[in-house]
Design a protein around this ligand. Structure first.
Ligand SMILES: NC(=O)C1=CN([C@@H]2O[C@H](COP(=O)(O)OP(=O)(O)OC[C@H]3O[C@@H](n4cnc5c(N)ncnc54)[C@H](O)[C@@H]3O)[C@@H](O)[C@H]2O)[C@@H](O)CC1
Ligand SMILES: Nc1ncnc2c1ncn2[C@@H]1O[C@H](COP(=O)(O)OP(=O)(O)O)[C@@H](O)[C@H]1O
Ligand SMILES: [K+]
Length: 486
């Protein structure tokens, strides 16, 4: 499990650690680690040009001490002192090592640097970058040199990943002590580049994480493996209510996700045209053509998937009510979510419910514009859990999975090539399969997102390592291969 924390959690842990070490020791550890990483990025330290963007806090202090180390090894280090004040010890160290200081704006220094070190703000940053920080962040983005962010790219909120205005875009972020939430969640994540962690001894002082991310090993541990005595019923029977006369593909893809994720048995129920397509594509599934709003004749299932392509008319609504009235876990996706947004009382049920919206669908459920959800994913996924009382998986460039009282899980796999029609339907089938196999909603959703992202990566990667387009069905077809190799 990878873990991440809010700024406040990091600060509290730092204070506890600081009480046990000599003054300045933590900054020495941080700056040493930062200097080692920076030196490794340069073809040669001697003679290279390094620009330090130095803000008024300790983040600037880290940059100055690291700059001093590089200057002692022969780098030509120039520090742009952008804050109203400057870390005194760091400044003295840089000057003693032969580094130069420059008054802002100093854009010409940024322009000619081989390496730009962003020490404007770290976990003390709040709100939009003010001038001259903002202009320096933009100058760094335009400049040809490599950009390394100290602790957090300036302008990214470390606790949430939100970016209000402009933020530094780094190729590498060197973070201290522990990972911060904002390095894992978009839009912050996409400003970080690669993230390297420098150990400063914070481990024993960290609380339970605010955010966590499953690894391949965690997912392998969660996945059920059939035993000698298993039969298809014990492995988990999933019921899928999806598709319509108009939309048959969603049904095929959701069933595909389930079949390929290892369901014991898939029971599909839906409109005639959808059932026909499902039979043609997946003879493994048992199909029932529904002629009314009841799933009684479908047979026993251990979990339902409800919604992909089912439509939002009165018949679909009655069917959704029937599925939600059952006493087994239900995963609601796509059209099912649109129906729920009209009448949230359908969520009052005894068994677990998992919702898998993208920002547009969550926007209807919470009555918040979708661009605000995308800008503040962590806040809104938590709000959804509070208001709706279910497990919520919020899809998108960063997928988040939240449940009351647990760390929000950030999915660490996937590729932007996943942003193509129908991949969400495949995800519903995977997650439903894991629910039917007995995983909790939180674990089923997190493990499904992980497998879905791995399958997409594998499907989009060519033999020579290049990446290319994928179709939703490719994701389903690649699942057995990624599950085998976990
Ligand atoms: N506390 C510790 O034990 C350690 C802290 N370290 C460093 O210290 C950093 C935190 O330092 P600080 O608490 O001094 O805070 P920062 O240096 O992150 O930022 C605080 C300063 O930035 C200004 N500021 C905040 N938001 C701004 C905005 N939007 N535009 C312009 N200026 C803004 C504030 O007025 C304040 O002067 C960490 O991120 C890390 O880099 C490391 O040295 C490791 C040890
Ligand atoms: N920029 C992106 N980077 C990575 N994954 C993405 C991105 N955009 C969307 N996705 C993923 O692609 C899938 C799309 O699902 P969804 O929006 O439900 O589409 P559909 O309804 O067409 O199936 C989700 O798993 C989502 O997390
Ligand atoms: K920074």
């Amino acid at each position: 499990m990878r873990t991440a924390y809010t700024s406040e959690q990091i600060r509290t842990a730092e204070h506890a650690l600081m009480a046990t070490v000599a003054e300045g020791e933590l900054m020495r550890r941080a700056a040493t680690g930062l200097a080692v990483v920076c030196a490794g990025l340069l073809p040669g330290v001697y003679g290279s040009r390094v620009a330090l963007l130095v803000g008024s806090g300790d983040n600037g202090g880290d940059a100055l001490y690291a700059g001093a180390r590089l200057a002692r090894r022969g780098a030509r280090v120039e520090a742009i002192l952008a804050g109203s004040r400057t870390h005194e010890g760091g400044l003295a160290a840089l000057r003693e090592a032969g580094g130069r200081t420059v008054e802002p704006p100093g854009h010409e220094v940024v322009e000619r640097a081989d390496l730009i070190v962003d020490g404007l703000v770290g976990i003390g940053g709040a709100g939009e970058l003010r001038e001259p920080y903002r202009g320096l962040a933009l100058a760094a983005e335009r400049a040809p040199g490599l950009v390394v962010a100290v602790d957090v790219p300036s302008g990214v909120d470390a606790s949430s990943g939100q970016v209000a205005g402009v933020a530094v875009r780094a190729q590498l972020t060197v973070t201290f002590g522990a990972c911060k939430n904002g390095l894992l969640i978009d839009p912050g994540k996409s400003h970080c580049g690669r993230v390297e962690l420098v150990d400063i001894g914070l481990g024993p002082y960290l609380p339970d994480p605010d955010v966590a991310s499953l690894t391949d090993e965690d997912v392998a541990d969660l996945l059920p493996t059939p035993e000698a005595e298993s039969d298809k019923y014990r492995r988990g029977v999933i019921g899928i209510v999806a598709g319509s006369d108009r939309f048959t593909g969603a049904a095929v893809l959701s069933v595909g996700g389930a079949v390929r994720a290892g369901a014991g048995l898939v029971r599909f129920a839906g409109a005639e045209a959808a059932a026909r397509q499902v039979r043609n594509s997946w003879p493994e599934a048992i199909t029932t053509v529904l002629d009314g709003p009841s799933v009684a004749e479908v047979g026993r299932v251990q979990a339902w998937v409800l919604g992909p392509g089912m439509g939002t008319g009165p018949e679909a609504e009655a069917l959704a009510r029937a599925v939600l009235a059952t006493d087994v876990p239900v995963l609601v996706d796509a059209d099912g979510l649109t129906l729920l947004a009209r009448d949230r009382s359908m969520l009052r049920r005894s068994a677990p419910t998992v919702l898998t919206p993208h920002a547009g669908e969550l926007s209807r459920l919470l009555e918040v514009p979708s661009d605000r959800i995308e800008a503040a994913r962590l806040e809104h996924v938590r709000r959804a859990v509070d208001e709706l009382g279910t497990v919520v998986l919020l899809k998108g460039s960063t997928t988040l999975i939240a449940e009351e009282g647990r760390p929000v899980r950030v999915n660490a796999t996937g590729t932007p090539w996943l942003a193509t029609g129908g991949t969400g339907d495949v995800l519903s089938g995977i997650a439903g399969t894991l629910l039917a196999a007995g995983l909790s909603g939180y674990d089923a959703a997190s493990a499904a997102a992980h497998l879905h992202g791995l399958a997409a990566q594998a499907a989009s990667t060519g033999k020579s390592g290049g990446h290319g387009p994928i179709a939703a069905m490719d994701v389903a077809q690649t699942l057995p291969q990624v599950i085998r190799s976990l």
